[in-house]
Structures are given as C-alpha cells and as structure tokens.
Design a protein around this ligand. Sequence first.
Ligand code: ADP
Ligand code: MG
Length: 252
Amino acid sequence: MTTNEKTEYNGPAIEIKGMNKWYGDFHVLKDINLEVARGERIVICGPSGSGKSTLIRCINRLEEHQEGDIIVDGMPLINDLKKINAIRKEVGMVFQHFNLFPHLTVLENCSLAPIWVKKMPKKEAEAIGMKFLERVKIPEQAHKYPGQLSGGQQQRVAIARSLCMSPRIMLFDEPTSALDPEMISEVLDVMVELAQEGMTMLCVTHEMGFAKKVADRVIFMDGGEIVEQNEPNEFFNNPQEERTRLFLSQIL
Ligand code: ADP
Ligand code: MG
C-alpha cells in the first residue's frame, strides 16, 4: 500500500475509554467514555469552562491526555509523531476564530496542506481548493486575502480548507460563536450539507436548531464530565439531569 492510500477502517470513528486530563493540578476531563460511530453526527454543549474544547482538542492531539485511551479511525493516539500525523490527516478541525493564514490568499490557504503534507502537485492542490471553495459557495473569493472577507466567508474558507485534506472526521469548536448573527446561517448551511453527505462530525455548538436538524446524539458536559447524552428529541424534551435542565433553560 502506498502512503497516499486511505486505510479503510470501518470500526468506530472514535473511541475514548476512561480518559482523564489535567492542566497542572486542575482535573479538566474526568473519566470520559465516548464511542462515535462512522457517519455519526454529535453535538456537544455545556456551560463555558466545562471542558468541551479540551475534549475535542485531545482527539487530534492539540492537547495531550494523561490517562485512558483515545483511538481514532482504529489508530491509538500515543506519543509517536508518525501516529499523531496519521491521525491528523484523518481529522479536520474548524475553530471559533477561523485561524486562517492572513498573509496567504484564500486559495493558498486551501492548497497549503495538500502541497506540504500530502506532497500534491500545486496545480492539483489548487484544483481541489477550487472544488471545495465552490462547495462552500465562495469560489469568487479565491484570490482575496482572509482580511478582505466577512467572518462568515472566512469560516466557510476554514471549512473548505479542512475538506481539502479529505478528512474522515470533522471537529468543530463553536464555529459560529464569533460571527455576527446574520452570518451564522451561511456557515450552518454548509455544516448541514456536510452532515447530510454522511461526514462523521463532532460539533461543539450552542446552535440548538442545528442540533435538532442533524445531530444523531447530543452530549451535555459540565465540570469536565459527560453528564447526559441522548438523541435530540429526548435530550431537549425530556432531560434527565437537573444540570441539563438548568443549562437548557438558560440557552433556549
Ligand atoms: P469550554 O470549551 O467548555 O469552555 P475548555 O475546555 O476551554 O472549556 O476549558 C475547560 C477548563 O480548563 C476551564 O476552566 C479553563 O479555564 C481550563 N483551561 C483551558 N485551557 C487551559 C490551559 N491551557 N491551561 C490551564 N487551564 C486551562
Ligand atoms: Mg470552548
């Protein structure tokens, strides 16, 4: 098998078993157990500081966990740069603040990783970049710089940039919470399409309309724990835990 071929592992997309993480003395994630099926769409919500970002950042090793196992696409996440890079190739990430390279054009932002990580010829990488800019409906912005785009457009570029690496899993960390209200739907629409095409997705978001529309499961975190999880109808209409009810009463 050449290095460019995808390993077609068809077990769970993500398995997290007995995972704990500390920042110094602070126990930020407590006994996390979570299995994400291939094609499953999960929304994670919870109060600020509950550990949502830390949890999804552990999945592509932007943060390191200290106890338990994280297995992504069949590959255990261990301290081995080769393994970490193999996992990062499978996992796309979209952040609250876009994190585009300001000195590169929109198209260069998209083609950079395919060229440098996948060793793809520039022409081919640019063709893929254009394909995904069309998918997020901004091909006409390809030669502009991020600073010339609206927040909603920049976030769609960030999604296109991730998709250029053909990830099997997409992680979103509050992708719409830095946007002006009128731009939220253009980003959510792209995420809904992605969900409907079968992408495995973990989205930290408080957009409960999105959760009701596409989530297979909603997870509620508080104090570093998974407090409750359920399919959206049950989660919203019949929350079991007092902490979940309190949270929902504050955001809905
Ligand atoms: P959320 O995304 O749910 O708001 P985070 O995962 O960002 O929560 O943070 C969880 C807790 O960990 C918070 O109390 C936060 O202050 C703390 N924290 C986050 N990052 C760090 C860090 N790098 N070092 C120390 N504490 C951190
Ligand atoms: Mg966060």
